[in-house]
Design a protein around this ligand. Structure first.
Ligand SMILES: [Zn+2]
Length: 73
């Protein structure tokens, strides 16, 4: 599958959404981004993610704004 961001290496728990190409610092954050029943999942928009308390740090979305920011290695 073509990656949306082929120049960005994914390490550890990083995820790149195959639907919209956004980048997530953890599988947990990625799971929060995908909603709906199996077979009809959709991506949350950045506005919807921020409404759930998710924040973007640099290029990476993380699940909670008050979690200390540590890039996955
Ligand atoms: Zn997505």
């Amino acid at each position: 599958m073509m990656r949306a961001n082929p120049g960005i290496p994914l390490h550890g728990d990083h995820n790149e959404c195959p639907g919209c190409g956004l980048l997530f610092n953890s599988t947990h954050a990625f799971d929060k981004h995908r909603v709906g029943p199996h077979g009809a999942r959709r991506c949350l928009t950045p506005e919807e993610m921020m409404a759930k308390g998710m924040v973007q740090r640099g290029i990476w979305w993380i699940s909670e704004r008050n979690r200390s920011w540590q890039p996955s290695t």
